[in-house]
Write a protein that binds this ligand. Structure first.
Ligand code: SF4
Ligand code: SF4
Length: 121
């Protein structure tokens, strides 16, 4: 069922979620996460790998058990090796300066040093 109406649109809303991260080096591009996400927060990128739309994840975690190669984790449970990787996530839109701060707090809290993909929609 779609839960797109729950996608946060304010800094306070964005601050509520821990989100998930994936390792694109393990992902086999099966699309199971894309199919199951209630907010459409997963897409397959130009290399056929799962990419998270960061601001659309609402922590229901239904993507984790469906991944056949176990390469999606709750952010705090993700392996150290995945956290510095680039391009596994992007933003749905230009974040406001306040929202950008929320993102930076999130990245710092979980040690996410990988950079978002730059995608023009
Ligand atoms: S935890 Fe996974 S399935 Fe749930 S909203 Fe986030 S990306 Fe989508
Ligand atoms: S379910 Fe796992 S293997 Fe399949 S596309 Fe998503 S992250 Fe990749």
């Amino acid at each position: 069922m779609s839960r797109r109406s729950e996608i946060p649109t304010t800094p306070e809303g964005l601050r509520k979620y821990m989100r998930v991260i994936d390792d694109q080096d393990i992902c086999i591009g099966c699309g199971a996460c894309v199919s199951v996400c209630p907010t459409n927060a997963w897409e397959l990128d130009e290399n056929g790998k799962a990419r998270l739309i960061w601001d659309w994840c609402i922590d229901d975690f239904s993507c984790i058990p469906v991944c056949p190669v176990n390469c999606i984790w709750k952010t705090p449970e993700s392996p150290e090796t995945a956290r510095p990787k680039d391009n596994w996530y992007r933003f749905s839109r230009q974040l406001t300066p306040e929202e950008q701060k929320v993102f930076e707090e999130w990245a710092k809290k979980y040690g996410i040093t990988g950079k978002p993909a730059q995608v023009t929609q």
